[in-house]
Design a protein around this ligand. Structure first.
Ligand SMILES: Cc1cc2nc3c(=O)[nH]c(=O)nc-3n(C[C@H](O)[C@H](O)[C@H](O)COP(=O)(O)O)c2cc1C
Length: 180
């Protein structure tokens, strides 16, 4: 797949199964996440790679942290098993005179996107999710994320569970103006 096709056909893969990226592919995905625009080279992010028994640990953490009704807890418990690998992307904000937190959050978001694209380029599928538990203090604590940092996303990665229909491209006509 050419780079431009990868970008123009980007879409999420909600249904993911095994195999997860192998060690070499995971290293490439993480390296792509590191190679993003980053004002002052602060690297204000952290990646927690969750696989195998880690999925159960994450499931337990989500359930224990949630104050949902029990019916919903069953749904929450299953969430991490939607893919064989999850990369939890969080910020590691750095105090910097010229780089506000907003820019650091964007850089961490770029990393999430880059990892999704790298996963797809390597033949996997991926989906970026958050949900209210991404903003839950106990979840952050359980993942050793500092109180003042943010979970940017849970990047679910695996092998596409079924062949995907390519979505129709979105028009940019109403989103662009030109100064000439
Ligand atoms: C920060 C962020 C958080 C997201 N959280 C969720 C989520 O919790 N659940 C969900 O279904 N989609 C979520 N999405 C959107 C999906 O990743 C996806 O982009 C969307 O379903 C549209 O599908 P597409 O990527 O194939 O265009 C999130 C996207 C971003 C950028």
């Amino acid at each position: 797949m050419t780079s431009i096709k990868l970008l123009l056909q980007r879409q999420s893969t909600p249904l993911l199964t095994t195999p997860a990226p192998n060690h070499h592919h995971l290293e490439q995905i993480l390296a792509a996440g590191m190679r993003v625009p980053d004002h002052a080279c602060l690297q204000p992010w952290h990646f927690t790679v969750v696989t195998d028994n880690g999925l159960q640990r994450l499931s337990d953490l989500l359930v224990q942290s949630s104050d949902s009704e029990s019916a919903n807890l069953t749904k929450i418990a299953k969430m991490p098993f939607r893919a064989p690998m999850i990369i939890v992307v969080s910020t590691e904000f750095v105090h910097h005179e010229k780089v506000p937190k907003q820019e650091q959050l964007i850089a961490a978001g770029c990393g999430t996107h880059a990892m999704q694209m790298a996963a797809v380029a390597l033949g996997y599928g991926a989906m970026w999710r958050t949900g209210e538990l991404a903003y839950n203090a106990k979840v952050k604590q359980g993942l050793a994320i500092k109180e003042h940092d943010e979970i940017v996303g849970f990047l679910y990665i695996g092998t596409p569970g079924k062949e995907q229909v390519l979505k129709t491209p979105k028009s940019f006509e109403n989103k662009v103006n030109y100064w000439q």
